[in-house]
Design a protein around this ligand. Sequence first.
Ligand code: GLA
Length: 384
Amino acid sequence: MITMDALRAQFLELYGREPRVFSAPGRVNLIGEHTDYNDGFVLPMAIDRRTFAAAAPRNDKTIKAASTNESGRIEFEIGREYSSGHDWGRYVFGVAECLRRDEFDLRGADLLITSGVPIGAGLSSSAALEIGAGFALLNVSEQPIDLVDLALLAQRAERQFAGTQCGVMDQYIACLGIEGHALMIDCRSLEYRAVPIDLENARIVVCNSMIKHDLPAGEYNQRRAECEEGVRRLATYLPDIQALRDVDIDDFNLYAGSLPETVRRRCNHVITENARTGAAVEALEHGDLTRFGKLMYASHESLRLDYEVSCRELDLLVAIASRCDGVFGARMTGGGFGGCTVNLVASNLVEQFITTVSREYEKETGMHPDCYVCRASAGVREER
Ligand code: GLA
């Protein structure tokens, strides 16, 4: 990550003209994990770590992009096959290609990208890149877009070009994040409710397990398939359901016995997590951080035992947090199998919390966890 002035200067040096600069945030999900692709509810906030895309239009149909974080440059013609091996380049190509297929009239463009979102940490650096680059390409082509449509389009790009059958949460919050708020997103209607999160007496602290979040697409897609199998089987008894979002806990408990063991546990997680997310929003709106924190711990347990997407290091971070003074709650956040935990910590004890977690985690694993205090930030925008 370099400063915005350095980004502008490097762009000038590389391409010989002044850019416009756009940025999109990473995210942390407070609760509502693996519910988005089940038409359920999530509660993420955009964080104050952003990916910046400097951009200027070209007079041809070529897109050139370089990154200050990763090596290599990419280049492709809009509408032609792309063959570069760079992962980050595939995200830029994917979003450009989906824009073209949706008949946006894109101009060629030069791009220079710098990511302040830790890459592969489970804070959605890829969504920030897709949304930042997509928004930059649209703007230098003077093509307006509705932000929910941009989120859906970038989600499609991720599915088609990165192979994860992801939900819409990450792209949605990168587009529509609101400063000082988390958003409770209804992933079916695509509407949101803004929930104030600029808490006076508590902070959101993210701890990176440093286990590379290389979300195994196979595991993720398998969870998704197990949820779909659950819906198919439950529909024998509950013919009106379209997704696990439609199944209430009492009905589930009546029919759960008919499901294969693994599918039953996956469904149990999603159905209870949806209920926890609603309860968590209510708790936040009533200023009840103790209740909110309990729901975070319960979410982690459910992800660990029923959904099986946690790992030893994430469990350790949560266990350490639970022993620290001033912690209301802690859980893994994002897809899982590594990445970060999210912690709700009393403001006056944040420093002590970070010191203790770092010391204990390092003692057990030999790795130093990066810890960040996060502020709820705005979604994609032009920087002026
Ligand atoms: C990843 C996906 C999201 C969501 C989370 C789990 O971040 O991109 O759509 O499914 O995992 O909640």
